[in-house]
Design a protein around this ligand. Structure first.
Ligand code: BGC
Length: 370
């Protein structure tokens, strides 16, 4: 592992025929962080928290954002490698598009932590994320419970689905987690997807983009609901897509305003929508905790410590050590540390204030604490 020498005094003093060398060279390790984009709220928070955690622990941090462009991300990572970082932390724009640069990292013996999104390359040393399948399950279970589908009898409910970016390995987990809960009700006819668009490819949203989600929602609403058909639920995999869907419902749906909309992250705009009754829930992921776990993992890696269940249990944050769920290629399991997501609704939104990361204004809306 390379060590960067900083603040090496450049002066050598000649005295009495001897050269005195600076007593100690201060050494600091460098952490290279590559985040996907600043256009989605959470990655700004991830970047800030990671930077703060590592800097407070005495590391030098190089943080780059790739504007949701995977070629940009490749060149960002190449630059980080050229700067001799000691470890790479990468949230991939496209988990399949980093092979060349991952091979370069492996050749330079720079370990890589896949942050939040898995990288489909065996040079990935560890994966830190939330339990992605559980995120989807929580959304599905929320819908089942809110509509009391188990006791629905002959009642039917109309639903639409918006999923995430196909380039993001997480998106399939969220979708599958939710659909595994909801499919039995779709098959029984209790939940009806009026547009007929249920498979992942039909409901996916490139780059998790709000505008893309809005336009698809408007198309569906004008094609299938303009005749007064009631819409009961819109399963959205995350908050950026839920924001678009909520806008579409406001602009293009004439029915009553009681559509259940799910989300994920706890973006500030979505928390406002939850307060206003426009979005119904979000699966909250405390990304400050994700950065705390990432720092602990990186330090353990840099110190050559054993990373296992006992290590994970020793963390200050609740997480599971999982060696089975994620593969970087066929049959190659990636050891993962998975944090626990939780459901936030209008009823428990104040729990976010208890995290110390948000404050509630007198108007009842939450803002992130700077
Ligand atoms: C993250 C989600 C986020 C989405 C879009 C996913 O990889 O896990 O938390 O909503 O990307 O940024």
């Amino acid at each position: 592992m390379k060590l960067r020498k900083l603040a090496v005094a450049m002066t050598a003093v000649m005295a009495f025929g001897a050269i005195s060398v600076p007593a100690a060279a201060e050494e600091t390790q460098v952490i290279g962080i590559s985040m996907p984009t600043q256009s989605l709220e959470r990655w700004n928070r991830d970047g800030e928290y990671l930077k703060e955690q590592f800097e407070n622990a005495g590391y030098t941090v190089e943080l780059k954002y790739s504007d949701n462009d995977s070629s940009q991300q490749v060149s960002d990572i190449q630059n980080l490698l050229a700067d001799n970082v000691d470890i790479l932390i990468i949230a991939a724009v496209d988990g399949e598009a980093l092979n060349t640069v991952m091979d370069e990292a492996a050749e330079s013996e720079i370990p890589v932590i896949a942050y939040d999104r898995l990288i489909m390359n065996d040079a990935t040393s560890y994966y830190v994320s939330f339990d992605n399948y559980t995120v989807g399950q929580l959304q599905g279970e929320f819908i089942v419970e809110t509509l009391d589908l188990e006791n629905a009898g002959d009642a039917t409910y109309n639903m639409e689905i918006t999923a995430g970016d196909p380039a993001d390995n997480n998106a399939g987990y969220f979708y599958n987690g939710a659909m595994d809960v909801l499919n039995p009700y779709i098959e029984a006819g209790t939940l009806v997807v009026v547009s007929g668009q249920t498979d992942f490819d039909s409901v996916a949203t490139d780059q998790w983009d709000t505008q893309t989600a809005l336009e698809r929602a408007q198309n569906i609403l004008s094609s299938y609901y303009a005749d007064g058909t009631q819409l009961d639920v819109w399963l959205c995999s995350n908050d950026s897509t839920a924001l678009g869907v909520a806008q579409g419902i406001t602009s293009d749906y004439a029915g009553d305003n009681t559509v259940i909309i799910t989300g994920q992250d706890g973006d500030v705009a979505n928390l406002a929508n939850i307060v206003d009754g426009i979005q119904t829930m979000t699966v909250y992921k405390n990304v400050s905790n994700e950065s705390i776990v990432t720092l602990a993992l990186a330090e353990a890696m840099l110190n050559g410590e054993t990373i296992d269940e006992a290590f994970t249990e020793s963390l200050s944050v609740e997480a599971a050590f999982d060696t089975e769920s994620y593969e970087t290629s066929d049959g190659v399991k990636c050891p993962s540390i998975l944090l626990v997501p939780s459901v936030i609704t209008a009823d428990n939104i104040e729990e976010l204030v208890d995290t110390g990361l948000y404050e509630m204004g007198e108007d009842g809306y939450l803002t992130a604490v700077e």
